[in-house]
Design a protein around this ligand. Structure first.
Ligand SMILES: *[C@@H]1O[C@H](CO)[C@@H](O)[C@H](O)[C@H]1NC(C)=O
Ligand SMILES: *[C@@H]1O[C@H](CO)[C@@H](O)[C@H](O)[C@H]1NC(C)=O
Length: 382
């Protein structure tokens, strides 16, 4: 009796959590983030897709059913019983962003066998099959972004495209080649020759106000855009069935360039990576955690040969800064996630002044979900 009473009174308050991944997931769930709604309206949201991938990994690690149920409930909000995707999704706009929820549909199809998820996947696949393209074959980021490829689109579209092929068209070599081409064109057209980083995007027609006269690329390297790209590389590599050379070449070139671009004092990365230290520039959290995730996963799966240990050292240093500076305990079992820039778009000037003028948000899911992913990887090191 006495023992039980004492046990009941033990303070389960934690200074440092046992798992930042669990804490991140629980904080997001406690706030209802990624539940299929944004500001009270149904939204087919890539941020939710990003979070659900993290929750899926955490479910696989911990076996805690809460995470699986959350993914399922949120997905049922955006897909009805017949597999129809909520009307907020407008295929005629040819946006790649909503397609990022597709890998979750594939996962739920596997887990439940419910045909509704296949129906929903077919809708996204149908969009991709008529997605407008540049003359070279790159998917436009959206219909309104005439002839533009953005790094973001690679994360939004290609993981789903590949997941779909692996399940339903595993012998369609044309389609696998198409995915490879999406990466090759994006890389070639956005490569910054001196640093080895990638510009945010490019306009094949060179008509956007920001398009470089010679190559059509946008003016700056935006951390989150590059973050999406390298996350896409490691996630794709894990499920790519054929020759991985193209993707490995990209990752192995980008990883040292990213490590080199880290701020030497803090270990994290600038919002505008092409202008480190310039007035108004700052350390941004979403891009930083995306890099940590991609570097750690790349090393763990052997896609990066970290012979001198510099990649793990860089990721570990950055992760230390991140948990010290950007994770703030609310004292109620949740934390607030700091310093994620709200948006970065090529719909306007796309210049330095634009990027640094955008608001920074607390608990922005794009950054918080990536922190969950990075933490899942980091905790595998132990
Ligand atoms: C599973 O996760 C939920 C939500 O975070 C938590 O409340 C619960 O205690 C966890 N269950 C177990 C068995 O760890
Ligand atoms: C293979 O994929 C391409 C698109 O990449 C598509 O046009 C074609 O219909 C697919 N072929 C089959 C047999 O499904």
């Amino acid at each position: 009796m006495l023992f039980l009473a004492l046990l009941g009174a033990l303070p389960f308050v934690r200074a440092r959590p046992e798992s930042y991944a669990v804490w991140a997931a629980d904080s997001a769930i406690a706030r209802g983030q990624g539940n299929g709604y944004v500001d009270g309206s149904v939204k087919v949201s890539y941020e939710h897709g990003e979070l659900h991938y993290g929750l899926r990994l955490l479910y696989e690690e911990t076996g805690n059913q809460t995470y699986y149920d959350y993914i399922l409930d949120a997905s049922n909000v955006i897909v009805d019983d017949n597999g129809k995707i909520a009307s907020q999704y407008k295929p005629s706009e040819y946006q790649q962003d909503p397609i990022r929820t597709g890998p979750t549909f594939a996962y739920l199809y596997e887990e439940t066998g419910d045909e509704k998820w296949k129906t929903a996947m077919d809708a996204f696949h149908t969009q991709l099959m008529s997605q407008p393209r540049t003359d070279e074959g790159q998917f436009w980021h959206k219909l309104v972004y005439y002839n533009q490829g953005w790094l973001d689109g690679i994360y939004m579209g290609e993981i789903f495209y590949l997941t779909y092929l692996n399940k339903f068209q595993p012998n369609n070599q044309t389609a696998y080649d198409d995915i490879e081409k999406q990466f090759e064109l994006m890389y070639k057209n956005t490569l910054v020759e001196d640093t080895g980083l990638l510009y945010h995007g490019y306009d094949y027609s060179h008509t956007a106000s920001w398009a470089d006269e010679d190559r059509g690329h946008s003016p700056e390297v935006w951390d989150r855009a590059l973050g999406w790209y390298v996350m896409a590389l490691v996630d794709l590599l894990e499920i790519w069935p054929g020759d991985k050379t193209t993707f490995l070449t990209h990752l192995q070139a980008l990883a040292p360039a990213i490590v080199k671009a880290a701020d030497p004092d803090t270990g994290v990365w600038w919002l505008v990576m092409s202008q480190p230290g310039r007035e108004g520039n700052y350390f941004e959290s979403s891009g930083s955690v995306m890099f940590v995730y991609a570097l750690l996963k790349g090393v763990r799966l052997g896609y990066l040969q970290d012979t001198d240990g510099s990649i793990l050292a860089a990721a570990t240093k950055a992760y230390g800064y991140i948990v010290d500076e950007w994770v703030t305990d609310n004292g109620d079992g949740t934390f607030d996630w700091q310093n994620t820039v709200e948006v970065g778009s090529l719909s306007g000037a796309g210049d330095y002044d634009y990027y640094v003028s955008v608001d920074v948000k607390v608990n922005d899911l794009k950054g918080l979900a990536a922190f969950l992913l990075a933490s899942v990887e980091f905790e595998k090191l132990a």
